[in-house]
Structure formats: structure tokens, C-alpha cells
Ligand binder design. Structure first.
Ligand code: DC
Length: 218
């Protein structure tokens, strides 16, 4: 079974995808982490972030995989555990520029499809229902109001030890939304077969319950 979860940043996708995968016994594939991994490497190797070919070449030679055990999931990039470093505000600031490049998307989409080929998966991102898994059994579109998304992101950053303000996070989300919805390739959109859930006033448990009911046909 393939479950696609798309939506803007801070809508609750990764939390829900992880929980859902745990309950269903599926593999969780966090595609945003893959764009972040390439961005992190662009920064570390001092690659010109505006040079699409250079970033594509970097993506091509980068090996990304997810290491899963019962409690945690790590993202490994060329044998290095980059699970926390890809969540830094610096990577967050630059990742939408990397995600804009069609040549980079092409490489990552292929890798994502390969990861899903022989597995039941829950995959979250922006273009999963349309491009990566067009035949997904369920296509959820999670969304939430901008203020609530900014509140959640600020809390996440603060818990991770980064000091950020809600205002700066809201500005960043607005900028990211614009790029996610408007890029020419792999844009975020509600599809004809999307199941839309607005998570603004719902707890994680409530959203999870709704998703499970839909999947189980209750
Ligand atoms: O979900 P996230 O915030 O970790 O995603 C990081 C960035 O990657 C975000 O700017 C959108 C982009 N992205 C994308 O373009 N396509 C995906 N399938 C997943 C994420």
C-alpha cells in the first residue's frame, strides 16, 4: 500500500506520517529531509546554490538512506548521520532554492520511487500524490492556518535549542508557501483525489484517528 501526504510546512505532515507508518507497519519516507540533505551538502561543500548543474551533480553523487529502528528514524547521507543538522534554520532558509531545480527534483523523485517500489510506505512532501506516487492508494492533503503553523514551527525550533521568533518563522513560512505552490515543477497542489484535512484545531491523535478511519474504510 502507498500513502501520500502532501501539504505546506507546519501542517503536521511528518508527525502524522511517522505515527501512521508506525501503526500500519509501513516504512516512512520523509522526502523533505532529502531536499534538506542536498542543501546541507551544498552549504558544507561551498557549492554555488544558484548553479543548477553543480547542485544536480552533487545530488547525483550523494547517497541518502533512512535507517529505521523501532523508536527512531535517522537520515544517513554518505555514511554520515545528518538527522539533526538538516533541521537548522540555515538549511531551512536555503532549501526552497534547491527544491526549485527541476534537475535536482528529477534525481530525488527517482530515488523516492525506488524506495517505494517493493515496500508499503507512507511518504510525505509536496509532490507525492501528483509526481512521486500518482497511483497512491490514499492521497492526504494536510493543511492548517498560517498562525498555527508558525506557532508549531517556533516551538519545534525552540525545543531543538534554536532561538527564533514567531514573526520570523511566519515570514519564512509565507515565503516557503509561495515557492512551494508556485514553482513550475513539483508544485504543491490539491488534486482531484486529495483527501483534505485542516489540522488547525485538531490534535495529532484526532487527525490520526480520521486518517485511519479513512484508510480502514470505517
Ligand atoms: O517538509 P520540509 O519542510 O522538511 O521540506 C523542506 C523543503 O523541501 C521545503 O522547502 C519544500 C521542499 N520539498 C519539496 O519541494 N518536495 C518534496 N517532496 C518535499 C519537500
Amino acid at each position: 500500500m502507498k500513502i501520500a501526504i502532501d501539504g505546506p510546512a507546519g501542517a503536521g505532515k511528518s508527525t502524522l506520517a511517522r505515527e501512521l507508518a508506525k501503526i500500519m507497519g509501513f516504512i516512512y519516507i520523509d522526502t523533505g529531509a532529502m531536499y534538506r540533505a542536498i542543501t546541507w551538502k551544498v552549504i558544507r561543500e561551498n557549492i554555488d546554490i544558484d548553479n543548477e548543474t553543480a547542485v544536480r551533480d552533487l545530488a547525483e553523487k550523494t547517497r541518502i538512506h533512512f535507517e529505521i529502528n523501532s523508536q527512531t528514524q535517522k537520515i544517513i547521507c554518505d555514511h554520515e548521520d545528518i538527522t539533526s543538522v538538516i533541521r537548522s534554520p540555515q538549511v531551512g532558509d536555503l532549501v526552497s532554492r534547491v527544491a526549485l531545480f527541476p534537475l535536482v527534483r528529477e534525481i530525488l523523485v527517482k530515488q523516492q520511487q525506488e524506495m517505494a517500489r517493493n515496500n508499503s510506505v507512507v511518504m510525505d512532501g509536496r509532490d507525492i500524490g501528483e509526481i512521486v506516487l500518482p497511483d497512491a492508494d490514499f492521497k492526504f492533503f494536510l493543511t492548517a492556518e498560517i498562525e498555527e503553523r508558525a506557532r508549531r514551527r517556533t516551538e519545534e525550533f525552540n525545543q531543538a535549542g534554536y532561538s527564533v521568533t514567531a514573526d520570523s518563522i511566519r515570514d519564512d513560512l509565507n515565503r516557503r508557501d509561495k515557492s512551494d505552490y508556485q514553482r513550475p515543477v513539483g508544485a504543491l497542489k490539491v488534486l482531484e483525489d486529495s483527501i483534505i484535512i485542516d489540522t488547525t484545531d485538531l490534535t495529532v491523535a484526532e487527525v490520526l484517528k480520521r486518517m485511519l478511519a479513512i484508510i480502514r474504510g470505517e
